[in-house]
Write a protein that binds this ligand. Sequence first.
Ligand SMILES: Nc1ncnc2c1ncn2[C@@H]1O[C@H](COP(=O)(O)OP(=O)(O)OP(=O)(O)O)[C@@H](O)[C@H]1O
Length: 226
Amino acid sequence: MSVLSLNQVFYKYEGAKKNVLQGVSAEFEAGKVYTIVGKSGSGKSTMLSLIAGLDICKNGTILYRGTDLKTVDRDEYRARGIGVIFQAYNLITNATAVENIVLSMNISRSPERNKTAYAYALLEKVGIDRDTADRRVLKLSGGEQQRVGIARALSHDPDILIADEPTGNLDTETEADILHLLTSLAHAQGKCVIIVTHSKKVTSVADVILGISDGKMSLIKSQAAK
Ligand SMILES: Nc1ncnc2c1ncn2[C@@H]1O[C@H](COP(=O)(O)OP(=O)(O)OP(=O)(O)O)[C@@H](O)[C@H]1O
């Protein structure tokens, strides 16, 4: 079964004349990397915010594991079902890497456990060692900050990771490292990774490339299973 299923999704911003999305349908499965491409203003970020449960579609349905997002507790869904990775990292720069993860777990009422130990372990998993984890974020490189951003997105063990231009601020080599991390989260850990991007390098690692144009989504490329 798909982790996420979009059926004839329509969306119009308040006061706008035209629908941004005009009947978008797509299936997203566990263990795969999806990229969504399309020209500026085509509705990619709008679609991500609907998938993230930040807004609800007016017509059509978005099913998470078979349940309509209109009927689930969206705070719970945002806290546990989905992790979001931002282009600009959106970390608290004055706090250490590990503090950023613990803070995020506190805000979304994570289950009681040793949050600090859990945060160090998560950071290690994304390639941030203990010394780096104890440094303030503003002292970290862009690539290190994005690793912390990914660890934060993973802190509630979500099924789905969504990212809007996650490598947009990084050099080519660091971009390749981050893409390797994101693809291994899909292929080795079964996450459904959905990335909006303009970068050809990012689309080159995708299992499935989807395009948005004129409010509709189409399949551009689907690689054979790896
Ligand atoms: N809050 C809003 N209110 C009204 N219109 C909006 C709002 N946010 C976005 N739009 C409009 O909706 C359309 C789709 O915007 P969206 O940000 O989803 O595009 P995008 O494909 O992500 O673009 P980009 O690649 O430039 O980030 C655009 O025409 C945009 O101007």
